[in-house]
Design a protein around this ligand. Structure first.
Ligand SMILES: Cc1cc2nc3c(=O)[nH]c(=O)nc-3n(C[C@H](O)[C@H](O)[C@H](O)COP(=O)(O)OP(=O)(O)OC[C@H]3O[C@@H](n4cnc5c(N)ncnc54)[C@H](O)[C@@H]3O)c2cc1C
Length: 404
C-alpha cells in the first residue's frame, strides 16, 4: 500500500509530523537532516537535560563529510582536535605501526579524523535545531500504528501522533524491542573504562592505541590541552569496581605500561572514570515495520573498535532524510533507506567485532605474530583499508529502489 509522504519544502508547517525517539547523536543528526530537508520533525528525549557522558569521540571522514552538509562541521572543528596521524604501540613501548601524513603512503590523502568531547558534539547538534524541536524528559514507552499514522506513547506526557516514527533510542531501544522482541545485547568479552584529563606531561605525541596482553589503552587529544583515553580488558560480563576503587584498580592493571599510560590514569579523578561492558547486536536485515524505522545504535549497535558507531548513525541520518524527500511514498522511502544502509552497517559491525577479538588476544605467540603482521603491512595498505570505511559519502550514495 502506498502511503503518501511529506516531501520537504515550504509546506513544512502543514506536513505530517516525523517523530524521533531519542536525542543522542543518531536522533539529533536525523532531526537536523530532516529539518534541513524541509520536514516537520520533533525529537523526544527521556533525559531531563542534555547529558552526554564525560568522554571523547572520534569522527572519521565518513561522519565529518555528512556533518559538513548538515552545517555543523565548522563549529565542531573549532571545538575539537583534528588528528594528523596515530600509532599502534605495545605496552613495552615499541611502535608496531604508524599512520603518518608525511610518511609512507602519504600520496593517499589522510582521511579527516576529528576528535571531540561528546558533550560538545551533542550541544552543537542540539544548537543546530530550532528551539522547539527537542522535548526533554519525555520517555517513550511504545507506539501504535495504523494506516493513517503512528502514535508514540510516553510515561509522563501526552501521546504524539505523526506520519513516521524513528527509533533513535540506542542499544537498549524500546522501539526495537517492540518491533522485534526484547533480546539482550551481546557481550564482546571485554570491558572498557574511559576518561578525559589534561595531564601535566605532553602525551599528544602518543596519540593512538597501545596493545598489551588482553588489554588496550587509547590516547586521543580532543582539543584545549585535553585528552580522552580509553582502556579495555578481557573480563566477565558485569564486573564492576567498588566505589572509589576504580582508579586504583586501573593503575594496578596498567602498571608499567609505557607511553605514560599510568600518568594519564593518575591525572584523572576517580569519579570521572566511566566504566561499561562492550556490547553490540547481531546485525538484522530489516529495521522497518510500517511507519516505524530505526537509526543509530537502535538499528546496528557495534563494538567501538573501528570508531564507527556514531559515524554510522550520522550516515543513517542523511540517507533517511534523502529517502524521505526523494521517494514518493513512505514504504518506498523506508525500503530505499534500508537497502542503502544494511549491507554497509553489517560489514562494519562484523569487522569491528572480529578486530576487537584479535586486539584482545592474550596468547603470547598469537600476539607476536599479529604484531609482526601489522608491522610488516605497508602503510599504504593500512591506509587503503581505512579508506574503505572512512572515504565514503552517504549523501552521494545511490538510493536503491524503483525510483532510482
Ligand atoms: C567505549 C565506546 C567508545 C566509542 N567510541 C566511538 C568513536 O570514537 N566514534 C564513533 O563513531 N562511535 C563510537 N562509539 C559508538 C557511539 O558512542 C554510539 O554508536 C552512538 O553514541 C550511538 O548514538 P545513538 O544516538 O544511536 O544512541 P545513544 O547515544 O545511546 O542515544 C540514545 C538516546 O535515546 C535516549 N532514549 C533511550 N530510550 C529512550 C526512550 N524510551 N524514550 C526517549 N528517549 C530515550 C537516551 O537517553 C539517549 O539520549 C563508542 C561507543 C563506546 C561504548
Amino acid at each position: 500500500m502506498a502511503r503518501s509522504f511529506p516531501h520537504g519544502d515550504s509546506r513544512r508547517g502543514s506536513s505530517p509530523r516525523i517523530i524521533v525517539i531519542g536525542g543522542g547523536i543518531a536522533g539529533l543528526t536525523a532531526a537536523i537532516a530532516l529539518w534541513r530537508a524541509g520536514c516537520d520533525v520533533r525529537v523526544f528525549e527521556q533525559a531531563a537535560e542534555l547529558n552526554e557522558v564525560g568522554a571523547g569521540i572520534t569522527l572519521w571522514s565518513n561522519a565529518t563529510v555528512v556533518l559538513a552538509r548538515l552545517g555543523v562541521l565548522e563549529r565542531l572543528r573549532e571545538l575539537g582536535h583534528r588528528a594528523r596521524g596515530g600509532m599502534i604501540g605495545t605496552d613495552r613501548g615499541k611502535i608496531i605501526s604508524r599512520l603518518d601524513p608525511h610518511g609512507p603512503g602519504k600520496d593517499l590523502a589522510m582521511p579527516e579524523i576529528l576528535a571531540i568531547h561528546r558533550a560538545e558534539l551533542q550541544q552543537t547538534l542540539f544548537d543546530a535545531l530550532p528551539g522547539t524541536t527537542v522535548t526533554l524528559a519525555a520517555r517513550c514507552t511504545g507506539f501504535d500504528q495504523d494506516d493513517s499514522g503512528v502514535t508514540a506513547h510516553f510515561a509522563d506526557r501526552a501521546d504524539e501522533r505523526g506520519a513516521l516514527l524513528i527509533g533513535a533510542d540506542g542499544i537498549h531501544s524500546v522501539i526495537r524491542a517492540q518491533l522485534w522482541g526484547d533480546e539482550a545485547p551481546r557481550y564482546a568479552g571485554y570491558t572498557c573504562w574511559r576518561g578525559i584529563t589534561a595531564p601535566a606531561a605532553d602525551v599528544a605525541g602518543h596519540s593512538g592505541e597501545i596493545w598489551g596482553r588482553g588489554q588496550r589503552f587509547g590516547i586521543v587529544p580532543i582539543g584545549g590541552q585535553r585528552i580522552y583515553w580509553y582502556a579495555t580488558a578481557n573480563a566477565k560480563r558485569g564486573n564492576s569496581d567498588p566505589p572509589g576503587a576504580r582508579k586504583k584498580r586501573l593503575l594496578q592493571r596498567f602498571a608499567g605500561w609505557q607511553f605514560q599510560v599510568p600518568e594519564i590514569i593518575e591525572s584523572t579523578p576517580d569519579t570521572a572514570i566511566l566504566h561499561n561492558d562492550i556490547l553490540d547486536r547481531p546485525p538484522r536485515t530489516t529495521w522497518t515495520r510500517g511507519r516505524v524505522t530505526l537509526v543509530g545504535d537502535a538499528a546496528h549497535a557495534t563494538t567501538p573498535n573501528l570508531g564507527q558507531g556514531a559515524a554510522m548513525a550520522i550516515e543513517d541520518s542523511i540517507v533517511l532524510a534523502r529517502a524521505v524527500t526523494e521517494r514518493g511514498d513512505l514504504g518506498a522511502a523506508l525500503a530505499a533507506y534500508e537497502a542503502a544502509r544494511v549491507e554497509r552497517t553489517t560489514m562494519i559491525t562484523g569487522l569491528s567485532r572480529r578486530l576487537g577479538r584479535m586486539f584482545q588476544w592474550e596468547n603470547p605467540a598469537a600476539r607476536w605474530l599479529r604484531d609482526r603482521l601489522f608491522a610488516m603491512t605497508p602503510a599504504s595498505i593500512h591506509r587503503r583499508q581505512l579508506d574503505r570505511i572512512a572515504r565514503y559519502d552517504a549523501s552521494r550514495v545511490a538510493l536503491p529502489g524503483p525510483d532510482s
